[in-house]
Design a protein around this ligand. Structure first.
Ligand SMILES: Cc1cc2nc3c(=O)[nH]c(=O)nc-3n(C[C@H](O)[C@H](O)[C@H](O)COP(=O)(O)O)c2cc1C
Length: 513
């Protein structure tokens, strides 16, 4: 089993670390003339327009993030309007702007470089308003393109070794990653971005599904080749990353798997030339699951044991009461969200705001690799610059009791500037949140696929933080970082952990874009 040879994940991780010197010595530049198209286009498929005027759920953003619906035995069947709402608020175009490199179509969820390498597909039985089939979602004209007609849900049940949420779902959304669209800028580091960018999108998808009254969860355990074949992917260019079963139907008989002949559908090439980065293809191959038995075994093992929690003085975070929170709906918050480009460095946020964001975002994600619910692979470390009621310094967040442990006191804006790739945003924010994971333990438990899981979880929690921050009137960008310097900064507490993700929270500078 390739997945058990975890040297592959270490090789990829170590080979794609950023350091002060790796950034300076990289001759890579952006070839604007060869910039990839931001959409996958099937020119010969007649688009099936999705409804654009869909009723809003009106559910408060903070409730929809923090209270995912538990798996239910009652039937909850999405209709075409639910599907349109979920797709649009996960990956739809919410703004566009002209830039020197051309038009940029900004989407509902944050994405590294605004390159939007995550594609969405829908595998469904007959739904109110939509025939059973396999569809591709095109955000450019808010339409579906039919790839296969008929009910192929049995293929997903088989590929996931009968994962209960998938087996009972009236429809499942499949997220894929297209290497070149992101690698044009980020080269081999794109494989990490798959998890981050898919994760932020998943935060929206789970929240909008919950607000629509539909259970949804993230499924990472599946036989890769079977799902890729169903979507007819050219796996040198695009690969399936995760499944999101949505809704529940108690059917007496499940559809049986069907033949999936090659489709050979024409697509418009994204660029004149594409560069292949073998390190990513190797990482993907090494983390692929090859049979139903392997999937079942992968899912069934014991969870990763939580990090040790050394005693010491800790600050209790404030409990937040829903009735005191802003009531903006999840849709309003998603439309308002946009990464902060300049922070007001004289501003501060309250402990109550920080508490809400940390608590909402870290309530157990619904994911097959996080069982029992509430398990978390990433640990959160903070650099606090200006949060009312907290001494500036470096902290460790403990989820269960919801406390912050002061690791070292100090004003660390200069250090944050360095750790966040020498950008102003982490230095000018009120707080920076770093995600670090014990990769050794995670890879031991999940094999190479644990590397995917760690990145996905960070992206999804980061995406929830985006939503919670904007719901509380604050701003946030995701950020990238100098890997080993982050670990060193938080050591000895963080010794042995790897840097996975970074985001900054603060108040956007008024009038800045
Ligand atoms: C994981 C992640 C990392 C990011 N890293 C940076 C960064 O290092 N610097 C930066 O200015 N923006 C960063 N961004 C913000 C993106 O540039 C931004 O999401 C993208 O341009 C889309 O714009 P929007 O978020 O306003 O919709 C990051 C976003 C994500 C999701």
């Amino acid at each position: 089993m390739k997945n058990r040879d975890i040297l592959a994940a270490w090789k990829y991780h170590d080979g794609t670390k950023h350091s002060y010197w790796s950034i300076r010595n990289n001759p890579h530049y952006l070839d604007w003339a060869n910039r990839p198209l931001p959409f996958k286009v099937f020119p010969k498929i007649e688009p099936l327009p999705l409804p654009r005027e869909v009723p809003q759920t009106g559910v408060a953003a903070l409730s929809s993030i923090s209270e995912p619906l538990p798996p239910s035995r009652a039937d909850s069947i999405p209709d075409l309007q639910d599907l349109a709402r979920i797709l649009y608020y996960s990956a739809g175009i919410t703004k566009h702007r002209k830039s020197s490199g051309g038009e940029i179509y900004f989407r509902a969820a944050a994405c590294t470089g605004a390159l939007y390498e995550i594609e969405l597909y829908v595998v469904t039985g007959d739904l109110p308003g939509l025939d059973a089939g396999v569809y591709h979602f095109n955000p450019a004209d808010v339409s579906l393109g039919v790839l296969r007609k008929g009910d192929f849900r049995g293929n997903l049940t088989q590929a996931t070794a009968a994962e209960p949420a998938v087996a009972g779902a009236p429809m499942t959304i499949i997220c894929t990653g297209t290497y070149w669209r992101n690698a044009w800028k980020y080269q081999a580091r794109t494989y990490r971005h798959f998890g981050w960018d898919n994760g932020t999108l998943l935060a929206n998808m789970l929240a909008v599904s919950a607000a629509s009254g539909l259970p949804a969860e993230i499924v990472l355990g599946f036989v890769d080749a079977e799902v890729n074949r169903l979507l007819d992917l050219d796996t040198h260019r695009e690969v399936s990353l995760c499944l999101v079963p949505i809704g529940h139907r108690s059917e007496s008989s499940l559809p049986t798997p069907r033949e999936t002949p090659a489709l050979g559908l024409e697509t418009i090439p994204p660029s004149q030339r594409e560069v292949e980065y073998p390190a990513m293809l190797e990482m993907h191959d090494a983390s692929s699951l090859e049979s139903g038995e392997e999937v079942a075994q992968w899912r069934g093992k014991q969870p990763v044991v939580a990090s040790s929690t050394p005693a010491g003085e800790e600050v209790q975070l404030q409990r937040w009461r829903e009735e005191e929170q802003p009531k903006d709906s999840i849709e309003q918050v998603i439309l308002r969200r946009g990464s902060t480009r300049t922070f007001d460095k004289t501003a501060s946020i309250t402990l109550a705001q920080l508490s809400t964001i940390l608590d909402c975002a870290t309530r157990g994600l619904a994911a097959d690799f996080l069982e029992p619910r509430g398990t978390q692979l990433n640990d959160l470390y903070l650099i606090v610059h200006s949060v009312e009621g907290l001494i500036p310094g470096a902290y460790f967040f403990r989820r269960g009791p919801s406390t912050l442990k002061l690791l070292k006191e100090g004003k660390f804006r200069a250090e944050a500037h360095h750790l966040g790739l020498e950008q102003d945003l982490p230095a000018d924010a009120c707080v920076d949140i770093f995600f670090l994971a014990n990769l050794e333990r995670t890879l031991e438990r999940y094999g190479n696929r644990g590397y995917r899981a760690v990145q996905f979880e960070a992206g999804a929690i980061g995406g929830r933080m985006y939503l919670a921050a904007y719901a509380r009137g604050l701003g946030e960008p995701g950020l990238t970082f100098f890997d080993d310097d982050v670990t060193n900064f938080f050591s000895p507490h963080a010794r042995g952990k790897s840097a996975v993700f970074l985001l900054a929270i603060g108040k956007p500078l008024r009038g800045a874009t």
